[in-house]
Design a protein around this ligand. Sequence first.
Ligand SMILES: [Fe+2]
Length: 204
Amino acid sequence: MAFCGLVALETLKPALTFPACAPTPHETEGPFYPVAFPLDKNNDLTFLEGTSKQAEGETIYVTGRVQDEACRPVPGAMVEIWQACSTGKYNHPRDKNPARLDPNFQYWGKAVSDANGEYGFKTVKPGSYPVDGLWTRPPHIHFYVRSKNYSELTTQMYFAGEALNDKDRLLGDHPEAEREKFIVGFHRIKEKRIGLFNLTLKKS
Ligand SMILES: [Fe+2]
């Protein structure tokens, strides 16, 4: 996998504040799962093949382990992510946000967990976006994870320290302890901004 060599996951483990192998709670898929996929079907969302420009915004690395409730790695799991670009706009016909699309951002990506269950993405921090006049969604990344013999997981990952987290209606549906499982602290390691988001699947 492209990012396994960058940082040993051990480095980030002290940042965990929740039971490591409790199932990752579900969250809604939302309205913006892609209706058309980019030509690049990989785990680097910051660069489109055939172009010369990088996506706008702060580059981040999201990595973690797909695991079961006994903390055993789940290799071969398909991990998909989709998200808004740095302006808070999705590449989706239903997104009415007037914010500008970034033509150099990939918006969706996929990775397969390796023999240790590890996956990784290079992307940009998404912008927040308005849902209605009273609700602005905090920056987040959507995840869809599937693997043979496990229940599918659809969830979202949030960024620690965002004031909008406290007002978000979706996050607010979860008890305080559960919310911590979605909210990831990012740490700068060797010039890279990296967050650890483990994904714990239930047996089907
Ligand atoms: Fe979203």
